[in-house]
Design a protein around this ligand. Structure first.
Ligand code: OAD
Length: 241
């Protein structure tokens, strides 16, 4: 396991023209938003994989919506943390910076990042399963679960569920940025959900220096160039100096 050196990685980030940050639920953990896996990752004894599927929604839309409504309330009460803010500084500083997130919480936008590639959609967007109308709905809690569209059909969260395709435009931009990155930060993700986690491999093959920030090991920890065993809100500000 490579030994992490704050000064060395900070210098890499200063020198690089093409930087990608790839984030997961762990970056929002210090804001009080629960992660999906590990301790605190369960909701009423359900796994994320059992709720975030089209099948679960078809079976019990109210149950799935209760989970999303609970998450929306947690997120509404949360604020971006020092980890999110460090990525805003990086965006302002790097010649070419791409922020790719698996998070649907919107905390990167609220922190001030101008361009956020959201691989798994946005929890504040809702979409009708009947007429397809998509709109923003910032209410938390929602007054009725499941919400119903004017057309009479049930409305779903505007997120990507297991078994569904990623937004194609977003994925191709993310893939290209990963392939061309000089430095690729993977922050607060268990890196087990594909295709998103495959970006780490794509960046590695493209010759990027891979930097992992996570208190736990991931399937990619063995191939990274620098591993910081710690919380994003503590580690990231020390790398963006
Ligand atoms: P996970 O819940 O799978 O992983 C969160 C990761 O964050 C774990 O590896 C933790 O060790 C790490 N972590 C926890 N606290 C941290 C901190 N303060 N700083 C840094 N790291 C920390 O979340 P994701 O990897 O984002 O998809 O999960 C990927 C996808 O699975 C999600 O986008 C979601 C989920 O089901 C869908 O809903 C489609």
């Amino acid at each position: 396991m490579p030994v992490a050196d704050y000064g060395e990685v900070a210098a890499l980030l200063r020198a690089a023209k093409k930087v990608v940050a790839f984030t997961g639920a762990g970056i929002s953990a210090e804001s009080g938003v629960p992660t999906f896996r590990g301790s605190g990752g369960l909701w009423r004894n359900y796994n994320a994989q059992d709720l975030a599927t089209p099948e679960a929604f078809a079976r019990d839309p109210r149950l799935v919506w209760e989970w999303y409504d609970w998450r929306r309330q947690k997120i509404a009460a949360a604020a971006p943390n020092a980890g999110h803010r460090a990525l805003v500084t990086l965006e302002e500083r790097a010649a070419q910076f791409t922020l790719v997130t698996q998070n649907v919480d919107g905390l990167h936008d609220r922190a001030g990042n101008r361009r956020v590639l959201k691989l798994h959609g946005d929890i504040w967007t809702i979409r009708c399963t009947g007429c397809g109308r998509t709109r923003q709905d910032l209410r938390a809690p929602l007054p009725e679960l499941p919400p119903v569209c004017e057309c009479g059909a049930v409305v779903r969260p505007g997120v990507v569920w297991f078994g569904e395709c990623l937004p194609p435009g977003v994925w191709s931009v993310a893939e290209q940025a990963a392939a061309q990155a000089e430095v690729f930060l993977t922050v607060g993700t268990s890196a087990v959900v594909h295709p998103a986690a495959g970006l780490i491999e794509i960046a590695h093959r493209g010759g990027a220096k891979i930097v992992e920030i996570n208190p736990d090991l991931t399937p990619y920890s063995g191939i990274v160039d620098h591993r910081f065993h710690g919380n994003a809100g503590v580690v990231l500000p020390q790398l963006v100096v």
